[in-house]
Design a protein around this ligand. Structure first.
Ligand code: ATP
Length: 351
C-alpha cells in the first residue's frame, strides 16, 4: 500500500494526512515475547528532519521497538509506516534507513576505511562513498589506522559512518553515546545536528536522559513498553508543575507558614533543617503575592522566595518513577494541585 493510500485508508484514522510530516508513525504497535508484553500499544510520531530521543529505563522496550521498525522482528499487533511505507514492507524503506544497533562489529586488524569498504561492498554501495563518510564522521585523519587502535568515541563514529553508507533519510542509533565522556557526547551531538540540518531524521535511543537532553529537541519516553510522553523537550519542561521555594527567618516561622499554606488548600512540604529549612509549595509565581500577604498577616518575614521548575531529569524520573522507585521530590506532595501523572503530557499514553 502506498503512503497516499495508507493515509486515505479509513481503517487507519490515526495515520492521517500529516503522514508526510513524519518519518515514522505507528499505531498500537505491540510486541509480545511469550508472556511478556515488551512493547504495548505504541503510537509514535517522529517528525521528519528532527533529532528525536527515544528514552526509557533499561528493559523499557526501546531496542524491541527499533527492531520492529527495522523489520528485524514482526510486531505482534499494530501498524505503522517508516518513510511512508508500511512496516510490513520493510524492503521498500530499508534502503533509505541507516541503523546502528547494539554496537557495530568491525574487524580489529583492518583500518576504519577497510572496514567500511567491506560493508559497502556487502551492501552493494559504491565504495567511493566511503571516504566522504569517513570525513563526515571526523575520522579522515585516522581512517588508515587499524580499528583496534581506535578510542571508544572513534569506534562509535565509525559505527555511525557505517550507518551513513546508504545515504539514509532516516538514521536510527541505539545507545550511540553509551560509555562516552562529555567530549565524546559533544562530538556526537554536533555530528547529529549537522545530519538533521541536511534534512535527515535522526532517531536516537538512550537510557540516560542527561545525554539525550543534550542532543535532541524532540523526545519519546517509554516505560514498560508504553508511551508516556512524546513532544518537544521544552514542552516536557513547560508542562511540569512549578514550585515556589520559600525560606523564612526561623524554623518556627517555616512550620507556621506550612500550616497556613496547607490551610488555604495548597500542597506543600518542608525540607532541610536548621538555617536551610525550606518550604516547597505547589504553586507558580502568580501565587507569590498571595503567599507574601498570608505570611505578612501572621507576622512572618520571607527571606527567600523563588519559582522553580523541574529539570528535564526530574521530570523524567517523576514520570518513570515506578521503575526507579520513589526517588523524586514531587511525588512526595500529597495530591493537590500537582497534576496527576499522565494528565499533563500532551500525548500521554494509556494509563
Ligand atoms: P535497554 O536499555 O536495557 O537496552 P530496552 O529498552 O532496549 O532496554 P528491550 O531490549 O527492548 O528494552 O527489552 C524489553 C523487554 O523485552 C525486556 O523485558 C526484555 O527482557 C524483553 N525481551 C527483549 N527481547 C526478547 C526476546 N528475544 N525474548 C524474550 N524477551 C525479550
Amino acid at each position: 500500500m502506498s503512503a497516499a493510500a495508507l493515509a486515505a485508508d479509513p481503517v487507519v484514522p490515526a495515520i492521517d494526512r500529516t503522514i508526510d510530516s513524519y518519518a515514522v508513525v505507528t499505531l498500537g504497535l505491540s510486541k509480545r515475547f511469550g508472556r511478556r508484553l515488551a512493547v504495548d500499544g505504541l503510537d509514535l510520531r517522529i517528525p521528519v528532519g528532527s533529532i528525536t530521543g527515544f528514552v526509557g529505563p533499561n528493559g523499557a522496550g526501546k531496542t524491541t521497538t527499533i527492531r520492529m521498525l527495522l523489520g528485524l522482528i514482526r510486531p505482534t499487533s499494530g501498524r505503522g509506516t517508516v518513510l511512508g511505507h508500511p512496516l510490513g514492507h520493510s524492503r521498500a524503506y530499508l534502503p533509505r534507513v541507516g541503523a546502528l544497533i547494539e554496537g557495530p562489529t568491525f574487524y580489529p586488524a583492518l583500518s576504519g576505511r577497510e572496514n567500511l569498504m567491506v560493508l559497502a561492498r556487502l551492501g552493494g554501495i559504491q565504495t567511493k562513498r566511503v571516504d566522504a563518510v569517513l570525513r563526515r564522521v571526523g575520522l579522515g585523519p585516522r581512517a588508515l589506522d587499524p580499528f583496534r587502535t581506535y578510542s571508544l568515541g572513534m569506534r562509535q563514529r565509525l559505527g555511525i559512518g557505517a550507518a551513513l553508507l546508504p545515504s539514509p533519510q532516516l538514521l536510527v542509533l541505539d545507545e550511540p553515546t553509551n560509555g562516552l565522556d562529555p567530549h565524546g557526547i559533544a562530538e556526537i551531538r554536533a555530528m547529529l545536528r549537522s545530519f538533521a540540518d541536511d534534512g535527515m531524521t535522526v532517531f536516537v535511543s538512550s537510557h540516560l536522559l542527561a545525554e539525550i537532553q543534550q542532543i535532541c529537541e524532540h523526545l519519546v519516553v517509554i516505560e514498560a513498553g508504553r508511551l508516556i510522553f512524546q513532544g518537544g523537550v521544552e514542552e516536557l519542561l513547560a508542562a511540569r508543575a512549578p514550585e515556589l521555594i520559600v525560606r523564612t527567618e526561623t524554623v518556627q516561622d517555616a512550620v507556621q507558614l506550612l500550616r497556613l499554606v496547607r490551610s488555604v488548600g495548597r500542597s506543600a512540604r518542608m525540607v532541610g533543617e536548621g538555617e536551610s529549612t525550606t518550604l516547597e509549595i505547589a504553586a507558580d509565581c502568580h501565587w507569590a503575592g498571595e503567599l507574601n500577604r498570608l505570611a505578612m498577616a501572621d507576622g512572618i518575614t520571607l527571606v527567600h522566595l523563588a519559582e522553580r521548575r523541574s529539570t528535564l531529569e526530574e521530570a523524567f524520573f517523576e514520570i518513570t518513577r515506578s521503575s526507579y522507585g520513589q526517588m523524586r521530590r514531587a511525588s512526595d506532595f500529597p495530591r493537590g494541585d500537582q497534576g496527576a501523572r499522565g494528565a499533563w503530557t500532551p500525548e500521554a499514553g494509556r494509563r
